[in-house]
Ligand binder design. Structure first.
Ligand code: NAP
Ligand code: MG
Length: 400
């Protein structure tokens, strides 16, 4: 059989460190021999982002908007240490922050469940998907250091120039202040994607905030979710036999720990950032967590939830044997290939994505895995290998 053809491209965003190395293996060993891969390539290597003053990231995000499907390798978000390490001109902005701002939308993080990998939270039998609102709040906030004897005020100026003032705090000593915002339109888009995703996955949806304390800000999120549910989605949820519940975030955390999974948990931006790492750790490995950003106008960006795995990279550069798990990177690619297939009516491409995921699961279930999964695996005859060796093992199990 010849290679599978593609009509439209996938926007490919290359990245940094260990994930950049694995990215190449996954493409060369698992995809390109089977698919005439068509990508529009953007190099988000830290030096290239620095040299182009982030323009490459902006261009890549706009390309995802245009072509509707993107796949992204993990990237360094620079800080002062990274600036020295890579001799950067500026510290720069988080590339994921730039992309999220352009695409808006919601990030859904879903763990890959494998029968032989027992979660750290043993009660979790089915996936818990964390839906993270990817706009505003603390991620686009303004902070200030306040000197002693300063009155901090909130000033709202309307289009006619009329001012409304509220005292935030009268500082007698040194302190800090943070101002954050969100938009009704973005919250509505978030709610809409969560309701639609729950319907497409036929899975219960839970939304939680701290509205008892944040009586205006968080309460606005709660109101919008409840209004949209009652007006547009209640009957669809009933038909699909699924539930929507709103609860306090504290209560949600307790419920999640005691649940058996099989739920979509919608979170505000910061809660989603933190809780998705908690859920990933509970399921076993960050390397088994997938992530997709879905924009309100139907663009999809797939990535692994983990970072660039810096410490493995430095060991790899020294020639040491490293066992970095390529699973979430492979699933980022299969997610993008499947979506491209779905949008382009390309059944072969969708079948290939399914087959590649099956090969990954079958390989790990057969007892061949990376070091991070070894202790959790219930396979009796198990062994751990390097990332590259695992990729070759997966290829042996790929049936197309
Ligand atoms: P990380 O790269 O996710 O790695 C943290 C630790 O998790 C690793 O040291 C490793 O633990 C384990 N781990 C993560 N992925 C793994 C995999 N595929 N296989 C095996 N073990 C894995 O996070 P980080 O070290 O905090 O961040 C490194 C860089 O990534 C930072 O510069 C950060 O800005 C960036 N980052 C990018 C993204 C993104 O682009 N989406 C997300 C997060 C972080 P052991 O060392 O114990 O083996
Ligand atoms: Mg995080």
């Amino acid at each position: 059989m010849g290679k599978i053809r593609m009509t439209n491209p996938i926007v490919e965003l290359d990245g940094d460190e260990m994930t950049r190395i694995i990215w190449k293996w996954v493409k060369e060993i698992l995809i390109e021999p089977y698919v005439e891969l068509k990508t529009e390539y953007y190099d988000l290597h830290i030096k290239n982002r620095d040299n182009t003053k982030e323009q490459v990231t902006i261009d890549a995000a706009n390309a995802i908007k245009k072509h509707r499907v993107g796949v992204k390798c993990s990237t360094i978000t620079a800080n002062e240490d990274r600036k020295k390490e890579y001799d950067l001109k500026v510290v720069g902005i988080s590339p994921n922050g730039i992309i999220r701002k352009i695409l808006d939308g919601t990030v859904f993080r879903k763990p890959i469940t494998i029968s032989t990998i027992v979660p750290y939270v043993p009660g979790w039998k089915r996936p818990i998907t964390v839906a993270r609102h990817a706009y505003g709040d603390v991620y686009s906030s303004t902070g200030a250091i306040i000197e002693p004897n300063t009155k901090a005020e909130l000033v709202l100026t309307d289009s006619s120039g009329k001012e409304e003032r509220k005292t935030i705090f009268e500082f007698e000593e040194r302190g800090v202040l943070l101002a954050e915002y969100n938009l009704d339109s973005s919250i509505k888009d978030f709610a809409n994607s969560c309701f639609r995703y729950a319907l497409s996955e036929k899975t219960d949806l839970m939304f939680a905030t701290k509205d008892t304390i944040s009586k205006i800000y968080d309460n606005r999120f709660k109101e919008i979710f409840e209004e949209m549910y009652l007006n547009e989605f209640e009957h669809l949820f009933k038909e699909a036999g699924i539930d929507f519940t709103y609860t306090l975030i504290d209560d949600a955390v307790a419920k999640i720990m005691k649940s058996s999974g099989g739920i979509i948990w919608a979170c505000k931006n910061y809660d989603g950032d933190v809780m998705s790492d908690m859920v990933a750790a509970g399921f076993g490995s960050l390397a088994l967590m997938t992530s997709v950003l879905i924009s309100p106008d139907g663009a999809y960006e797939y990535e692994a939830a983990h970072g660039t795995v810096k410490n493995h990279y430095y060991r790899y550069l020294k020639g040491e044997k490293t066992s970095t798990n390529p699973t979430a990177i492979i699933y980022a690619w299969t997610g993008a290939l499947r979506k491209r297939g779905e949008l382009d009516d390309n059944a072969n491409l969708m079948k290939f994505a399914d087959a590649l995921e099956e090969a990954v699961v079958q390989t790990i279930e057969s007892g061949v895995m990376t070091r991070d999964l070894f202790d959790m695996s219930t396979s009796t005859n198990k062994t751990w290998v390097t990332a590259e060796e695992l990729v070759f093992e997966i290829d042996k199990n790929l049936k197309i």
